[in-house]
Design a protein around this ligand. Structure first.
Ligand code: NAD
Ligand code: MG
Length: 396
């Protein structure tokens, strides 16, 4: 058996590590790791590199080149650092790439991972929110296959039968509701970082955990779904489902609804992308519906969670606005994580930044190239940082 050559971008993160966990359980010789990358955690990257023996390990922060080199001294593993090295790692010859960098920082390497015949397993949803039309057009042009790893989108991917695409009426993304599902706005106003990071169901990186608490994550996912599956915004519905057992549903015009279910364990959607078009074994907990007993559903409360509507409105404006939204949200989340602004200030930073960028320039419906996307992303970050400073100052 020829080993499948795989690279993991964002190897030290929650999705990256879950991917490597599956690789470690596969039969000997099934996979050969080509490149592993991380942002700044040299020790974690070096440890993964020593375990998985990639050809190259890349640290995004150029100042950490020496530290990574020292940590992998004598290992025979090549070492590189900086944004260009990250792109080169993504381009390096392989069969399958896990794109699991968080945020628009992943845009250039994820784009670079698109190559003829290659499978790109896409966890980095911000890349689709920032410039998904551009990204997917490039994937089609080069002949790369993009497989969604986000659990809801992976569920839709599994339930969408290509021969029945014309008969799809709508899709539904489920949302756990996050840690503040039952909190009042007054309680949310006083929520601390640790409250927001305490996700009831999923264990994930900090950024997506905060997005789940505001429900911005679901807003980003509506945008992601429209772009991935070429759906109109009104065809993508959201339902809160606290147990997170059903991940996504596809409704056909005959009234049939196909859902994908499973324990809330990211190794299930990752495995589906890793083995695609086949299936592989995972140690994920098996679904025991009798033990779970009941599945609950409720409509999202758009008054307590305004970010869903903000994301939908950005989607109607087009790619320029969704790129601005994504960038402003990244800044807002970062300011909250640093305890500079309050929980409810995040949506204030986002909406006020979007108002300002909309007044200042004509945002394109579609980007013509990655430079244009990065330009909008950068300008939105500048505006959002100013807004975050104002909210921080008001807080005293
Ligand atoms: P994480 O914070 O745990 O890991 C992020 C990874 O990206 C790390 O390896 C980090 O080193 C790297 N990284 C961060 N900033 C970088 C930069 N500027 N340049 C290069 N590398 C950088 O995040 P995560 O929870 O694993 O999420 C990764 C992506 O997958 C996100 O886009 C998230 O929305 C998506 N996702 C995650 C989950 C989940 O269960 N964690 C589920 C669905 C989708
Ligand atoms: Mg998701």
């Amino acid at each position: 058996m020829t080993p499948r050559r795989i690279s993991v971008l964002g190897a030290t993160g929650s999705v990256g590590q879950a991917t490597l966990d599956l690789v470690s359980r596969a039969p000997e010789g099934a996979y050969q790791v080509v490149a592993l990358t991380a942002h700044s955690n040299v020790d974690a990257l070096a440890q993964l590199a020593r375990t998985y023996r990639p050809e190259i390990a890349v640290i995004a922060d150029p100042d950490l080149h020496g530290a990574l080199k020292a940590a992998l001294d004598g290992s025979g593993i090549a070492v590189a650092a900086g944004p260009e090295a990250l792109v080169e790692a993504a381009e390096r010859e392989s069969d399958w790439v896990m794109a699991a960098i968080v945020g628009a920082a992943g845009l250039a390497p994820t784009m670079a991972a698109l190559a003829p015949g290659r499978v790109v397993a896409l966890a980095n949803k911000e890349c689709l929110v920032c410039s998904g039309d551009l990204f997917l057009a490039r994937a089609r042009a080069v002949g790369a296959t993009v497989l969604p790893v986000d659990s809801e989108h992976n569920a839709l991917f599994q339930a969408l039968r290509s021969e029945h695409r014309a008969s799809v009426e709508a899709v539904t993304l489920t949302a756990s509701g996050g840690p503040f599902r039952t909190w009042t706005r007054e309680q949310m106003a006083a929520a601390r970082r640790s409250d927001a990071l305490a996700h009831p169901v999923w264990s994930m990186g900090d950024k997506i955990s905060i997005d789940s608490a505001t429900l911005m994550n679901k807003g980003l996912e509506v945008i992601e779904a429209c772009r991935l599956f070429d759906l109109r915004p009104d065809q993508v519905k959201v339902v809160v489902h606290p147990q997170s057992i059903i991940h996504g549903l596809v409704e056909y015009t005959d009234g049939s609804v196909l859902a994908q279910m499973g324990s809330p364990d990211m190794r299930i959607p990752i495995a589906s992308a890793l083995a695609w078009p086949d299936r592989m074994d995972t140690p994920a907990e098996r679904l025991d519906l009798a033990r779970i007993g009941r599945l609950d559903f409720e409509a999202p409360d758009e008054v307590r969670f305004p970010s869903l509507a903000v994301a939908r409105s950005a989607l109607l404006h087009g790619e320029g606005m969704t790129a601005a939204l994504n960038a402003a949200n990244e800044i807002a989340v970062e300011a909250f994580l640093k305890d500079r602004i309050g929980f409810l200030d995040m949506i204030g930073v986002v909406t006020e930044s979007l108002d300002r960028i909309d007044r200042a320039e004509t945002l394109p419906k579609q980007f013509s190239g990655i430079e244009e996307a990065i330009g909008t992303d950068t300008r939105s970050r500048v505006l959002a940082s100013e807004m975050a400073d104002r909210f921080a100052a008001r807080r005293g």
